[in-house]
Ligand binder design. Structure first.
Ligand code: GLU
Length: 427
């Protein structure tokens, strides 16, 4: 008899069971959190520039809405699956609870390689997504945002499409919009900035020294901004990779020049990028990044980067997870055993959804904040939740990841129990 293949969601749920062992919570809570509430799957049809019609599979999952409307990004990726969308929505549920945002968790995706589409095709596809899912989303129901390979321009098209469908300007239906369409100042670099504030606040506790060496995997939104913020604060960015290659310079890379070269040439493997990185820089295969000699490793791209077979290569003593799910549970256990501290995704990259929340609040108030206000509130939230999780990890002698799950589960359990549990009705 062959064993049932373990889904990505099953892997993710092991964190829930682990966290539940540290709390006295009702069985009803686990029953509620073990399954996605609803996942809608639609085949989108659009007309291509050459006149032909093409279809694309798309999903939106609302995992749990006990603490508020569901919240989470939409990714455009050729490998997207329903299982991945549900797993990412599960993580969003915990991420929003970690940060005490009044939201549940959701996620969406289209299975597409957006780089293979023209801008006009991309616009038609984005609008088609909103048309198909307009009954699922809404400012009090489910609020999407950018994720892998989606951006402010796409959020703007979707906000516009939703507003036409309901016949009223409704900016609060989606976050990460262009500033001119009701976006928030400070949303663009919020994911990286949140992680940066977290490391800065916990630097003493984590033993992070000024000038610490950093290696960054992924040079998209999160990767570029964390490189810029940390380099500006005196950290040495010794390696950066994208899917094409890894640039390495033990004395530090020229981050500003590299951001320019990436925008112009699209790849870190382009000869111009190596030249921009500085005379000491060497081009290595993309996979070399994981094993680079550094103090802080920052995965800032996709899931499952560090797994059983390469976890042993990690030399860093600290990992800042700006990507969602970059370490498999097996690799996580291996790193923990070796004393590597992991600042987990549901805390480390929560700056993005936190500023999304600020954007939604501003849209509903119709009153907009300065970038200084956004930064100050983001910093306060990252520091409060980061410190509370650090203390829980230390007091209970558990990893930061377990502590973050326990921290979130306590809040989720409170909300679920407040709706009434079996105990409540039999008492
Ligand atoms: N996609 C981002 C995440 O995974 C942001 C979600 C949001 O802003 O709602 O956290």
């Amino acid at each position: 008899m062959s064993a049932t293949p373990v889904s990505m969601l099953d892997h993710a749920l092991t964190r829930l069971d682990e966290a539940a062992r540290h709390l006295q919570i009702d069985g009803d809570v686990l029953e509620k959190l073990r399954f996605p509430r609803e996942t809608m799957q639609v085949r989108l049809m659009i007309r291509m520039d050459d006149g032909s019609r093409k279809s694309f599979m798309a999903w939106r999952c609302r995992y749990d809405d006990t603490r508020g409307p569901t919240k989470g990004g939409i990714r455009f990726h050729p490998d997207a699956t329903a299982d991945e969308v549900e797993t990412l929505a599960f993580w969003m549920t915990f991420k929003c609870a970690v940060m005490n945002l009044p939201y549940g968790g959701g996620k969406g995706a289209i299975r597409v390689d957006p780089h293979a589409l023209s801008k006009a095709e991309l616009e038609r596809l984005s609008r088609a997504y909103m048309q198909a899912f307009s009954r699922v989303v809404g400012p009090d129901r489910d609020i999407p945002a950018p994720d892998v390979y989606t951006n402010a321009m796409i959020m703007g098209w979707m906000a516009d499409e939703y507003s036409s469908i309901v016949g009223a300007t409704t900016p609060a239906v989606i976050t990460g919009k262009p500033i001119a369409l009701g976006g928030s100042l400070g949303r663009e670099d919020a994911t990286a900035r949140g992680g940066y504030y977290l490391v800065r606040r916990l630097a003493t506790e984590l033993g992070v020294k000024p000038g610490a060496r950093v290696a960054i995997q992924g040079f998209g939104n999160a990767g570029q901004h964390i490189a810029r913020l940390m380099a500006g604060d005196g950290y040495r960015i010794v390696a950066i990779s994208d899917s094409h290659g890894c640039l390495h310079a033990p004395d530090g890379l020229d981050v500003t020049a590299l951001i320019g070269a990436k925008a112009q040439h699209g790849s870190l493997a382009a000869p111009e990028a190596a030249a921009a990185a500085g005379s000491q820089a060497r081009l290595l295969p993309a996979e070399a990044l994981i094993g680079i000699d550094c103090d802080i490793l920052v995965p800032a791209a996709m899931e499952d980067l560090i797994h059983r077979d390469n976890a042993g290569e990690v030399k860093a003593k600290l990992v800042l997870e700006l990507a969602n799910g970059p370490i498999t549970p097996e690799a996580d256990a291996m790193l923990e055993k070796r004393g590597v501290v992991v600042l987990p995704d549901i805390l480390a990259n929560a700056g993005g959804v936190t500023v999304s929340y600020f954007e939604w609040v501003q849209n509903r108030q119709g009153y907009y904040w300065t970038v200084e206000e956004v930064h100050a509130r983001l910093k306060a939230s990252m520091e409060t939740e980061g410190l509370a999780i650090w203390q829980r990890a230390r007091d209970s002698r558990i990893s930061m990841r377990s502590a973050a799950y326990v921290h979130a589960l306590a809040r989720l359990a409170q909300a679920i129990e407040a709706h009434g549990t079996q105990k409540f009705f039999t008492a």
